[in-house]
Design a binder for this molecule. Structure first.
Ligand code: AMP
Ligand code: MG
Length: 478
């Protein structure tokens, strides 16, 4: 192994062996693949800041030494987990193409994982190559950055390095280019990490893992009466809020198996995801999801189901009645968070009035029936909004070509009346704040599939990465 460069700050980070301290039953030490070539395609200076590093002092070569060559860092731990995949229990899982590189304290005092994707085979690779395609890496970088800037609780990508191999995939024109990614996340402990311990019939380890999770990720509950039950209650709330965040921004994760559900309620692992183009609850992002299990509209139900499955291992420590009481709250938390976010997209501060509720229902109904672009609708609202809408509903969307089709005019007319009534509940002086809220909660750029394909084409054709960097820049606009 090469000597650690003393000037590479990434190699001199202070790591905390929190997960390693759990003991051998939770992971396998592995070695990283050696790649023929390394080209840094993405570095997240924002995340460097969160790790307490000055981006100016970290070179691209530093990134390659640390997160492409994995110099002078051990142990690298492939984490063990099982999970329900598309409804069936799968005990043959675990980190098959990644490992926990290390855990670091953020400047916010929280513990974070640096985890890899595409770093080589492990005992859990099941005959697969342990690699990540470059396109898969680019897609995960985009998803994480987009979601983060849309206010979704998500992991981030710290780096993406192209690694110079040719990969064969059924779902990409092959051979296709390879990459290795480093993910920055609150934790890689999954629902499936607990599920595995039930399958192994190790209630002692379930308790140990639960103590660990509360100590590091729910420390405010630690040593309080009923800490275990309150942990589950809070996980239910965090998960419900996360789904509400996805739904409001029109995000379909696509593979909500329990090995892709984080115990911290954070969103991660972006494979065949998609942002919806129109409001269609049946929209399904993964071509292999034949029964539309993880369709856009099913996400709340399936995350509820995942939380219910998690009760099976937890019941060895937490009374069933407490688990039931915790899960009961899911719908309430979900709807209250969803409503709040959708009302903000419509320009309003969350209110409980029947009219606000009615506006939300009518908006979704209109979007579903008309199949007008989901994001275009809210962008149009943002761009066209004027104070005069409060006085005359005829002005609402009067300039919009998007909303012109004659067949929707009757329904749109009703919507206009309702929107105006809500505006009138606010004094004229509030109109500027409504305009600002519309800007804040409705992005001008959304990475729908055509957007992603449009930046991928020049990469394939001419190795031109400018459109990718430009898109990242756009996603970061407030
Ligand atoms: P995912 O659908 O990405 O959440 O992956 C599900 C499981 O398959 C995990 O255990 C992964 O580590 C494993 N896996 C996915 N792709 C590969 C690959 N190319 N090589 C090895 N394991 C993989
Ligand atoms: Mg996964």
């Amino acid at each position: 192994m090469p000597n650690p460069s003393t000037t590479n700050l990434l190699l001199n980070l202070e790591f905390e062996p929190a997960l390693e301290a759990l003991g051998e039953g939770f992971y396998d030490p592995v070695v990283a693949a050696e790649f023929p070539h390394h080209v840094l395609r993405f570095r997240n200076d924002d995340v460097l800041g969160q790790m307490g590093l000055d981006a100016q002092q970290v070179s691209d070569i530093d990134f390659i030494e640390a997160y492409g060559q994995f110099q002078s860092r051990e142990p690298l731990l492939a984490l063990c987990y099982h999970g329900y995949q598309f409804g069936d229990y799968n005990p043959r899982l675990g980190d098959g193409r990644g490992f926990l590189y290390g855990q670091v304290r953020g400047t916010d005092g929280e513990l974070y994982d640096l985890g890899t994707k595409g770093s080589g085979t492990t005992p859990y690779s099941r005959g697969a190559d342990g690699r990540l395609t470059l396109k898969g890496g680019v897609r995960e970088v985009l998803a994480a950055e987009a979601l983060h800037h849309l206010g979704v609780r998500t992991s981030r990508c710290l780096s993406l390095i192209e690694t110079g191999e040719s990969l064969w995939r059924g779902d990409e024109p092959s051979p296709t280019r390879s990459s290795v990614m480093v993910r920055f996340s609150r934790s890689h402990i999954r629902f499936g990490t607990f599920e595995r311990l039930l399958a192994l019939q190790r209630p002692d380890l379930i308790q140990r893992l639960l103590d660990h999770v509360i100590e590091y990720y729910y420390p405010h509950l630690w040593q309080q009466p009923g800490a275990y039950a309150r942990f589950y209650e809070e996980l239910v709330q965090r998960t419900a809020e996360l789904v509400a965040q996805w739904m409001s921004v029109g995000f379909c994760h696509a593979v909500l198996n329990t090995d892709n559900m984080s115990i911290t309620g954070e969103s991660f692992d972006y494979g065949p995801y998609a942002f919806i183009q129109t409001f269609d609850p049946n929209f399904t992002a993964a071509y292999f999801d034949h029964f539309r299990r993880y369709s856009y509209g099913n996400q709340p139900t399936l995350c509820h189901w995942n939380l219910e499955m998690l009760q099976r291992p937890l019941v060895s420590v937490i009374p069933q009645a407490d688990l039931d009481a915790g899960l009961e709250q899911f719908k309430l938390h979900y709807y209250s968070a969803y409503r709040q976010r959708m009302l903000r997209k419509l320009g309003f501060e969350p209110t409980d009035t029947a009219e606000a509720e009615d506006l939300l229902v009518q908006t979704l109904d209109f979007l579903q029936r008309s199949q007008v672009g989901y994001h275009e609708f809210f962008t149009e609202l943002r761009l066209q909004f004027q104070d005069t809408w409060r006085v005359d509903p005829g002005h609402i969307f009067s300039e919009s070509a998007l909303l012109n089709p004659p067949q929707w005019q009757a329904q749109l007319e009703q919507w206009r009346q309702l929107y105006q009534r809500l505006l009138q509940q606010y004094p004229e002086t509030e109109m500027a704040a409504i305009g600002q809220r519309l800007q804040q909660h409705n992005p001008l750029t959304v990475i729908t599939r055509p957007q992603i394909e449009a930046i991928w084409e020049p990469i394939v054709a001419e190795d031109d990465w400018h459109p990718f960097y430009d898109l990242l820049q756009e996603l970061r606009q407030p």
